[in-house]
Design a protein around this ligand. Structure first.
Ligand code: NI
Length: 179
């Protein structure tokens, strides 16, 4: 497969110009379902296969799972900050460097699947309880120099869930001849 497809198996994120209530519900459902989908694709996978990269030079499946936990913990915090403060400035982090720390490189993925189960349950409950007007609340992203709306943020993390799920699926279905 070509580089762009390997890197973005479901395509790059495109910021929607507007999001309907029905689209919000679909995105909330995507958030809700990620932990179960991860468990499904990862159950019974031998530990050695988790160190397989999803593309040459890319993260291993193990790093992707730990990255999802890192990223979606930050997502929950960003929603809670934006729902309780007026356009708070959030804290960016160096995701590539986080993925190279020993926990991300070495630990069993079960710990991050548990984190994701808890974080996504919290996030799903929080999202379902939000009024329509809450989705126009914002946080300030200093790295992008921009205020981010919560509906756009939800769209981003719904995409992010499917994006990395696809990486894992691709990596686990490679045959030796694909290498
Ligand atoms: Ni990511």
């Amino acid at each position: 497969m070509e580089e762009e497809v390997l890197r973005y198996p479901i395509g790059r994120f495109r910021r929607p110009s507007s999001i309907s209530p029905e689209e919000l519900r679909t995105m909330i459902d995507t958030i809700k379902q990620l932990p179960a989908k991860l468990k499904e694709v990862l159950s019974g996978v031998p530990d050695a296969l988790l160190d397989r990269n999803y593309r040459p030079g890319g993260w291993s499946v193990r790093q992707v799972v730990h990255h999802l936990a890192d990223s979606h913990m930050n997502c929950l915090l960003r929603f809670k900050l934006a729902l309780t403060e007026d356009n708070p400035t959030i804290k960016p982090y160096l995701e590539a460097e986080w993925a190279e720390l020993s926990d991300s490189r070495e630990m069993n993925i079960d710990v991050s699947l548990l984190i994701l189960e808890g974080v996504h349950a919290r996030l799903t409950h929080l999202l379902k309880g939000m009024k329509e007007s809450d989705f126009s609340r914002t946080f300030h992203h200093p790295e992008h120099g921009r205020d981010m709306r919560l509906d756009t943020t939800l769209a981003l993390y719904a995409w992010h869930s499917e994006h990395h799920l696809a990486h894992i699926t691709v990596a686990l279905h490679q045959t030796d001849s694909d290498h």
